[in-house]
Design a protein around this ligand. Structure first.
Ligand SMILES: NC(=O)c1ccc[n+]([C@@H]2O[C@H](COP(=O)([O-])OP(=O)(O)OC[C@H]3O[C@@H](n4cnc5c(N)ncnc54)[C@H](OP(=O)(O)O)[C@@H]3O)[C@@H](O)[C@H]2O)c1
Length: 223
């Protein structure tokens, strides 16, 4: 737990755009982050690049191997591609009972340059994560937030983040963490079985981005 009582975060695959963007936003909001990679040197390079953009009072971002990040932080965010989940998760230990694991993966591919959802046998990427770490509390979140927006701290965010999970306390922890990022509103979206619907929004947003030359996100009305 960090000094202010918030969970500390491990970003598995933290060197990618989503991982770096989340690391920057959380550190700027005072959340301590371990930025993980398969190669600790790559993690160090990513952290060195991020440091120059962070405010002076930001919490530390510490480079680490993925396993070390998982061992040191309380809450684990998987920021790796869908295709990498199975191999990466079978190589990690410590994702057992009591761990909160956040699945951000969007199962999709580009066909002829067009983003298309693909449909995992487990029902969704998040349910696949749960089948790979059955004791952990898996929460699906952050699929619709563009890394490009997160990475530029001067860009104002103004969007919702749908969260699905079967453990209400884990979903609440992730909601609190999401809410630490100014401009993101967490919205509880029920059981992990709903994750497929959340993951499926992203290919549509990417199509909208292209059609409207924009960077889109989502907003749920009426709440
Ligand atoms: N980019 C976005 O705007 C965005 C938005 C919402 C959700 N997402 C989801 O967030 C996840 C990360 O997105 P991203 O764009 O940051 O992905 P990415 O750049 O393709 O990958 C992120 C990191 O994952 C690691 N990685 C890549 N291939 C791997 C493999 N085969 N095995 C293990 N690790 C591997 C790499 O880190 P190391 O080489 O350092 O280990 C890489 O830097 C994806 O599942 C994506 O669907 C992305």
């Amino acid at each position: 737990m960090s000094a202010d009582g918030f969970a500390t975060v491990a970003l598995v695959g933290g060197t990618g755009p989503l991982g770096r963007g989340l690391a920057a936003r959380w550190a700027a909001a005072g959340v301590r982050v371990w930025l993980g990679s398969r190669d600790p040197v790559r993690a160090e390079e990513s952290v060195a690049k991020l440091r120059s953009s962070l405010p002076a009072d930001a919490a530390p971002i510490t480079p680490a191997g993925n396993q070390q990040a998982v061992d040191l932080a309380q809450l684990v965010v998987l920021a790796i591609p869908y295709e990498a989940l199975e191999a990466q998760l079978s190589g990690l230990t410590g994702l057992g009972a009591g761990r909160v694991v956040v699945s951000t993966a969007v199962p999709m591919e580009f066909r002829g340059g067009v983003p298309v959802a693909i449909h995992p046998e487990a029902g969704s990427a998040a349910q696949m994560v749960r089948s790979l770490c059955p004791e952990a509390s898996v929460v699906a979140a952050l699929h619709t937030v563009a890394a490009s927006q997160l990475l530029h701290l001067d860009r104002r965010l103004d969007e919702d983040v749908l969260l699905c999970g079967d453990d209400p306390s884990a979903a609440e922890q992730v909601a609190e963490l999401v809410a630490r990022i100014q401009g993101l509103r967490p919205v509880a979206a029920g059981a992990l079985a709903n994750a497929a619907a959340c993951e499926g929004i992203t290919p549509l947003l990417l199509t909208l981005n292209r059609l409207h030359r924009a960077t889109t996100g989502i907003r749920i009305t009426g709440i």
